[in-house]
Design a protein around this ligand. Sequence first.
Ligand SMILES: [Zn+2]
Length: 122
Amino acid sequence: MSRTGLGRFGVMPPTIVREPTRDSDDIPICPECGHPVANSKGSQRIEKPDLVNVVLAASFDELVTFGWSCDRHPYEVVMPMRAGGSDAGAMIDGWTGVELRFTDEHVRHVPVPEREVSEHVQ
Ligand SMILES: [Zn+2]
C-alpha cells in the first residue's frame, strides 16, 4: 500500500520499539504494561523504523522483524528479538541484523529478513 496522501486519512504513528523483557518466571512481557506476550512471538512490523544506515532508512517505510508485540495499546508496541550483531548470530538462517534506534534512543541490532536488506543495499 502506498503511503502517499496518508495525511488525508490520519497519519500512521511510528511503532514503539522496546527491548524484550521477561518476568520472574522467564515469560516475555510487554515493558509498557507488563502483559505476557509469549503468544505473539513471530514476524512483526515496525512502522517508520529509525534505521541508522542511511540507505536502509531511505528504503524502508515499514520494517519486518522477529520478536513479540503487545496489542493492548492504542499504538503498536514491538519488541524485536536480540539479533546479537550484524550477522544475527542468535537468529536462524535467512535473517540478518540491522541497527535500529529504539524508542529509548539506544541503538541495537534487530533481525530483518536477509533478502529484504540485500535488495536495498548493493
Ligand atoms: Zn503492553
